[in-house]
Design a protein around this ligand. Structure first.
Ligand code: SF4
Length: 256
């Protein structure tokens, strides 16, 4: 399976793509409106660093502190464009931006596939996972095929099967609005929390077991003392968005 280190952002090998390609809307995460494909005004002009990197939350850009491209940026710049950037080679601008949008989505799928691959699963499910992983990896390497929807649909169904096999019947809170709730006494171990809103929720000392966190939003959730070490489909973005400390039990990948 994919080495997860390849799914970690290496900004020094990128070209600030995450500061240019996405559109921003004024919100609690971003202080400005910015159309897609336009460099953020805080992007340095002599390199691809952020000129307010050390004060992002104070300047109204906390969303930038949790963002994760899953390593798509360096792959696009180095592998697909041989180290060239939209700034030094303006002719590749549109192509590079479009490729980033595709590869970012594919790398996110690879992240979940890698998680699934590390679980104890029936043989037929493992075979399906491996087949999908190969297809996603091929698409990320080529990226001339821009339609990632078929792969995402295939992945959605498969991740649902993986969740059922891994969680062994935990309670479903799928898509529930749990924002601001005190969840310390709730049975969340092995729960289905897919897509749940956990903004500001109190999860102190909660054992989440193998809870499915795919798409859950834990921004500002209190994760102190919580056991996240085996949580399914958790991402760095989710981990950074919650409030954890040295008492939070983290997944192995969080230490790397
Ligand atoms: S504020 Fe900094 S990190 Fe955020 S998009 Fe702008 S340049 Fe990038």
């Amino acid at each position: 399976m994919t080495d997860r280190s390849a799914l970690r952002a290496d900004c020094a090998s990128c070209a600030g793509l995450c500061c240019v390609v996405p559109a921003f809307s004024v919100s609690s995460d971003f202080a400005i409106d910015k159309p897609s494909g336009v460099p953020c005004p805080n992007l340095a002009t002599d390199d691809f660093g952020c000129t307010i990197h050390s004060e992002l939350p104070e300047r109204g850009f906390p969303g930038c502190t949790v963002y994760d491209c899953f390593g798509a940026g360096q792959r696009v710049v180095q592998q697909h464009f041989g180290g060239r950037s939209w700034r030094t080679t303006p002719g590749i601008r549109e192509e590079q931006f479009a490729t980033f949008e595709v590869v970012e989505r594919l790398h996110e799928l690879l992240w979940y596939l890698e998680d699934a691959a590390g679980r104890r699963l029936p043989r037929d499910l493992r075979d399906e996972l491996e087949g999908l992983r190969s297809a996603v990896e091929r698409a990320a390497s080529d990226a001339s095929e821009r339609d990632v929807v078929p792969l995402q649909l295939r992945a959605d169904a498969l991740f649902g099967e993986v969740s059922g096999a891994v969680r062994r019947g935990g309670r479903s809170w799928r898509g529930r609005d749990l924002a601001g709730r005190d969840l310390r006494e709730e049975p969340l171990a092995d729960a289905d929390l897919r897509g749940a809103l956990l903004l500001g929720a109190d999860l102190r000392d909660v054992d989440l077991g193998r809870a499915d966190l795919l798409g859950a939003d834990p921004r500002g959730a209190d994760l102190r003392g919580a056991d996240l070490s085996r949580a399914l489909f958790m991402t760095r973005l989710q981990l950074r968005a919650g409030r954890s400390d040295e008492t939070t039990l983290l997944p192995d990948w969080a230490a790397r």
